[in-house]
Design a protein around this ligand. Structure first.
Ligand SMILES: Cc1cc2nc3c(=O)[nH]c(=O)nc-3n(C[C@H](O)[C@H](O)[C@H](O)COP(=O)(O)OP(=O)(O)OC[C@H]3O[C@@H](n4cnc5c(N)ncnc54)[C@H](O)[C@@H]3O)c2cc1C
Length: 377
């Protein structure tokens, strides 16, 4: 692919949203270039529990997580900082697979079906005269008819595009590790502690994914991650038990900061935003990856109609995408935000647990509000 040729679709970012779009579009004969700054395979900070709503769609693209050893998960456990606990069946269930494996398999599939993947950092995206110019760190300019922004929750591209949310302060920090030890294959647990919450579930190679989010203010009083875990997380005896009865797989945990859940726009400067670039749901809902995959499917279906001239103009395409995005995700994002802010209130999770114990059928209903229906393929 020559850099000065006009490419049908450039996808900025090769995570879940970018790679799924690349596979879907390439399978329909659309010319796709993915620009990804990192090299695969790579571990990522993520809880690695994916809702079943996207399973059949992934399988239809030729990627079957269950054949890669993903753990089937159908039970959910919630505990409070004072060790009150409730368990329920998950309404739809899901599976556990590491991003190390999933992203790597997706990129192989994207290449197999004809997408071009290059490793470079996108610095800027400019739209003029009905086409895009993409500038990269390796000083190559690419020209494209369409750009999908799939570069995740927070990127230098957001700064270059001067997006509104990037100006807001983001007080959250996330830590992820893999452990070896005993943990049920079919369970995802959400354990609360003062200042945050921690997800625990298994992935394909029998590792236990432990991933937590904490308010930076709660964290900064402690010397380091180990100190914080022992003095804060261990007060939740379920978490203490997970850490004390397992061995770390990584030499040190992975961390990310500046997590923002501010609202974003699904179309910005004519770029079709996909996955976390369009909007990020609180990880406690365990639905961010499904949303990334679902938005990739939505964009791909619309772009196929655009390139076949069934959708006549860019304006109509953008309007349709905004409408579909809002219909599909607005409710989930709002419920996720409300749940997360309630959890942050001191003592709320204990109070909520009393309610859930009395009305156990409420919990699957709340979970349903942050999830979608299985995708039609
Ligand atoms: C702590 C935590 C726990 C989570 N747990 C879960 C969970 O259990 N279940 C769930 O469903 N969701 C979870 N999520 C959410 C989930 O991780 C995201 O929603 C999902 O990864 C979004 O996929 P994406 O493709 O939009 O972004 P990403 O997977 O982040 O991919 C973006 C890609 O863009 C690349 N990129 C960025 N900038 C540039 C640039 N300038 N040039 C080129 N490439 C660039 C990055 O390298 C990256 O590969 C969690 C999130 C966090 C933070």
């Amino acid at each position: 692919m020559k850099s000065n040729a006009c490419i049908d679709v450039i996808i900025v970012g090769g995570g879940l949203a970018g790679l799924v779009s690349a596979i879907h579009l390439s399978k329909q004969g659309i010319d796709v270039l993915v620009i990804e700054k990192n090299i695969y395979p790579k571990h990522k900070v993520c809880g690695e529990y994916i809702s079943n709503e996207v399973l059949s769609y992934l399988q239809s693209l030729g990627v079957d997580p269950l054949k890669l050893g993903a753990k089937k998960i159908n039970r959910f456990m919630l505990s409070t900082p004072k060790n009150k606990v409730i368990e329920t069946q998950l309404p739809l269930g899901g599976f556990g697979i590491s991003r190390y494996t999933l992203d790597h398999v997706l990129v192989q599939k994207a290449k197999d079906v004809g997408a071009t993947i290059i490793h470079d950092t996108v610095l800027d995206i400019q739209f003029s005269q009905n086409q895009f110019k993409i500038t990269t760190k390796n000083t190559v300019d690419y020209i494209a008819k369409m750009v999908i922004g799939a570069y995740g929750k927070r990127s230098n591209v957001d700064v270059a595009l001067n997006r509104n949310f990037i100006k807001n302060k983001s007080p959250f920090l996330a830590v992820k590790t893999h452990l070896k030890g005993d943990f049920p294959d079919d369970l995802v647990a959400l354990h609360n502690f003062n200042g945050g919450y921690c997800g625990v579930s298994k992935v394909e190679n029998d590792s236990i994914n432990v991933c937590y989010i904490v308010d930076f203010k709660s964290f900064q009083k402690f010397k380091n991650i180990q100190d914080f875990q022992q003095k804060v997380l261990y007060k939740n005896t379920y978490l203490k038990n997970v850490f004390e009865n397992s061995e770390p797989v990584f030499s040190k945990p992975l961390t990310i900061s500046q997590l923002s859940f501010s609202s974003k726009k699904p179309v910005e400067q004519h770029i079709l935003m996909c996955g976390d670039s369009a909007g990020m749901i609180h990880p406690l809902s365990g639905n961010g990856m499904s949303m990334a995959i679902r938005s990739a499917q939505m964009i791909s279906q619309l772009l196929i109609r655009f390139f076949s001239e069934e959708i006549k103009s860019r304006t109509v395409l953008e309007k349709l995408y905004k409408e579909t995005w809002n219909n599909e995700f607005k409710r989930r994002l709002n419920t996720g935000n409300i749940a997360a802010s309630l959890f942050k209130m001191n003592g709320f999770s204990e109070f909520m647990m009393l309610g859930l114990k009395n009305f156990p059928s409420l919990l699957p209903k709340i979970i349903k509000q942050t999830h979608g229906k299985p995708l039609i393929v």
